[in-house]
Design a protein around this ligand. Structure first.
Ligand code: NAD
Length: 506
């Protein structure tokens, strides 16, 4: 939380969404939402009081009684309307996102668009929320299953995709018949609130979607609340592990998608120009603040000679505010994030990695106060160095060497994280071996950021994920529903025997 300043007192307040109304919080604790390119205070966000959190949950609980009985088609049409509203407001949503988060306008549109795809998917939920029926499992007996909504579900989201990740959560939960309480990142809640406003405009009844703001206390209150049945979390491994443990102790379903250290393997037969472009885009795009960023490249054999070209490609990227046309790399989200990234670069040097390109303290015309760090590249990186062991979450690419594909695969499988990975090669045999042997959830073959579209589900693994079912897609329908089986026999006169059955047989 920040001490109030003249700018922050004058800044508009971010509202809570409770029972269909945008309401002013009565809290005394506020935090500034700051433009990371300029340090301008855009708004102040409240840390909701325990009473406000309880009100949001009780509103969601009350709304569930009628929402769960609302026909599939009625629910679906609200998401059809929401997708239209998001399209109509795309420019405004992207501008808001860039202002508070820092990424380029084109990337901000991408952030909204990947969320929009989930909204479109939610509109077709009737195709996925189907039960099964087995006819005549015993004489005159049928068994069928029903996927029923759980009740009040909650979502806790990170700063780096403030449009896409909330849209991974509430549309799928609500379309399957649940009601929802969302706790967006306190660093950039404004675009999330605009999306929730559009969802209300699209026709969600009061109480079906609620939003509270805050940090650790709000998250703990969600984990502990007896009326919340399931929690979707996306964020760091440290916080996600805490949420998983605390909420599980309270008997909730929990899915946590967490931190990463994504490796790309570059084989010498790869298409060089495409690989260099892909590496630069995936390592430095969004200033490296993507959970699927390629932060580590393992150059195999002769590909170790490509380092000068990787550096040359990175030098072509333009560093500036996300609103400036032609920008490739915007600022990192906060002054604290900048200090952390710069500190890790210093540790990389101290621990013996070779600093091939130093992006610290770039000159950015017109944005002297921005949180900028340019593309940075280390070679000679080894496990045990802080820049390898930690998720840097900045535009820093670590290069390692390997003698063979086997060695590169072994290195990746020895890393605790399993979010995403990619191989660059023209060899189908090498790509297939990689796909089969790599122990990572999302695998790209000449695709650097292999995030699946919503007809699949997001599938991180190992230390990058807790809980079995992933966000959006088919898996999340199972996450947000309880399977009930019904075994039924209907009697008519010809089947009535009058005999008592004391066995377990039907
Ligand atoms: P974060 O863990 O700091 O914050 C995530 C959420 O947890 C926020 O809503 C925040 O308010 C809350 N929070 C923060 N500290 C808390 C605490 N001590 N106790 C309880 N709640 C707390 O993450 P972030 O910095 O906002 O996001 C970046 C991280 O998210 C990176 O590690 C990135 O890899 C990860 N991420 C993962 C995925 C994925 O799908 N695997 C996607 C996006 C981001």
């Amino acid at each position: 939380m920040n001490a109030p300043t003249a700018a922050s007192v004058l800044a508009p307040s971010v509202k809570l969404l409770i029972d269909g109304q945008m309401v002013e919080s009565r809290t005394t604790q506020w935090r500034n939402v700051v433009n990371p390119a300029t340090q301008e205070v855009l708004a102040r966000v409240p840390f909701a009081t325990p009473e406000e959190i309880n009100l949001a949950v009780s509103s969601a609980k009350k709304a569930f009684a009628t929402w769960k009985k609302t026909p599939i088609g009625t629910r679906a049409r609200i998401f059809l309307k929401l997708q239209q509203l998001i399209r109509e407001n795309m420019g405004e949503l992207a501008a808001l996102l860039t202002a508070e988060q820092g990424k380029t306008l084109a990337d901000a549109e991408g952030d909204v668009f990947r969320g929009l795809e989930v909204v479109e998917h939610a509109a077709g939920i009737g195709n996925l929320q189907l039960g099964e029926l087995a006819n005549n499992v015993a004489n005159g007996v049928d068994t069928y299953s029903i996927l029923q909504p759980l009740g009040v579900c909650a979502g806790i989201t990170p700063f780096n995709f403030p449009a896409m990740i909330p849209l991974w959560m509430f549309p799928m939960a609500i379309a399957t018949g649940n009601t929802f309480v969302l706790k967006p990142s306190e660093q950039d809640p404004m675009v999330t609130m605009r999306l929730c406003e559009l969802a209300t405009e699209a026709g969600l009844p009061p109480g079906v979607l609620n939003v509270i703001h805050g940090g650790e206390d709000a998250v703990n209150a969600i984990c502990d609340h007896p009326d919340i049945k399931a929690i979707s979390f996306v964020g760091s491994t440290q916080v996600g592990t805490h949420v998983y443990n605390r909420a599980s102790l309270h008997g909730k379903r929990v899915q946590c998608m967490m931190g990463a250290k994504n490796h790309a393997i570059v084989l010498p037969d790869a298409n060089k120009e495409q690989t260099l472009n892909a590496l630069a885009g995936a390592a430095f795009g969004a200033a490296g603040q993507r959970c699927m960023a390629v932060s580590t490249a393992v150059l195999v054999g002769e590909a170790q000679n490509w380092i000068p070209e990787i550096v040359a490609k990175a030098r072509t990227l333009k560093i500036s505010a996300g609103v400036e046309s032609g920008t490739d790399v915007g600022p990192v989200v906060s002054c604290a994030a900048l200090a952390r990234v710069e500190g890790l670069i210093a540790r990389g040097e101290a621990e013996g990695a070779t600093l091939e390109l130093d992006g610290r303290k770039p000159e950015v015309a017109g944005y002297a106060n921005g949180n900028f760090v340019g593309p940075t590249i280390f070679s000679g990186v080894k496990p045990g160095m802080a820049i390898y062991d930690q998720e840097i979450f900045g535009p820093v690419l670590c290069l390692l060497g390997a003698d063979s594909l086997d060695d590169a695969i072994a290195l990746i499988n020895a890393n605790p994280n399993g979010n995403g990975t990619a191989i660059f090669t023209q060899s189908g045999a090498a790509a297939r071996k990689f796909q089969e042997e790599i122990d990572v959830g999302q695998v790209g073959i000449n695709v650097p950021i292999p995030v699946p579209v919503p007809i699949f589900s997001f599938t991180g693994s190992r230390a990058s994920k807790l809980g079995d079912l992933g966000p959006y897609g088919k898996q999340v329908v199972l996450f947000y529903t309880q399977t009930k089986t019904v075994t039924a026999r209907w009697f008519d006169d010809s089947t009535t025997t009058g005999r008592v059955n004391t066995t377990i047989n039907l």
